[in-house]
Design a protein around this ligand. Structure first.
Ligand code: FPP
Ligand code: MG
Length: 197
């Protein structure tokens, strides 16, 4: 966290601006959710991966935008998860739920397209598909499956680690580094994501 602190600081205002909206209810929801910042773990991984693949140089503008996109995908997934879990609170406050989740997801998709990197768009689209499948695996799991380690790791990869893993890989690709660097950072993100859960 200390290594990327200077780049993490402007992230909150940048995200607030990016999801800014003319609609007063959505604007209030944006304020509500991003005021209570979490740990910023996913953007931190993206910024660290960018620096690692560039011999320590800080993330460039597109890699910083990717860091913001990962936090937005994460936020959207939590808001949807709160609908599925019928949860009333998130980060100690009343949850903003589905409408806002869709809004954040839509804005993240637009920002992703604007990075104009087909491979990175495909990686992040894969992440969203994995997250939906992971959430479904959990909802539909039979009691016996909940006790199986293989099932647990597979579910955890999809629901939690895929976003970390594939966004670390995407950060390296945006920096123009070769596939072996991207592959290494993808493995790093995967291990971290599974351990994190
Ligand atoms: C937290 O679950 C939820 C996730 C890690 C991801 C959930 C993914 C979806 C709902 C798919 C939709 C995805 C997008 C991108 C729109 P938890 O209930 O185990 O943790 P919690 O205690 O923080 O709620
Ligand atoms: Mg939940």
């Amino acid at each position: 966290f200390a290594l990327v602190q200077p780049q993490l600081r402007p992230l909150d205002s940048s995200i607030r601006e990016l999801v800014g909206t003319d609609h007063p209810v959505l604007a209030a929801a944006a304020h509500h959710f991003f005021e209570r910042a979490g740990k910023r773990f996913r953007p931190t991984l993206v910024l660290l991966s960018s620096a690692a693949a560039a011999g320590g140089d800080p993330a460039d503008a597109r890699q910083q935008r990717l860091a913001e996109i990962t936090e937005m995908i994460h936020a959207a997934s939590l808001l949807h998860d709160d609908v599925i879990d019928v949860a009333d609170t998130r980060r100690g406050a009343k949850t903003a739920h589905r409408i806002y989740g869709n809004k954040v997801a839509a804005r993240a998709s637009l920002l992703l397209a604007r990075l104009k990197d087909v491979q990175v768009v495909e990686l992040l689209a894969t992440v969203i598909e994995e997250m939906v499948q992971g959430e479904m695996m959990q909802v539909r799991a039979l009691p016996q499956q909940l006790l199986e380690f293989e099932h647990y790791v597979d579910k955890t990869y999809r629901k939690t680690a895929a976003l970390m893993s594939l966004s670390c890989e995407a950060a390296v690709l945006l920096g123009g580094k070769p596939p072996d660097h991207a592959e290494a950072l993808r493995a790093y993100g995967r291990h971290l994501g599974i351990a994190y859960q």
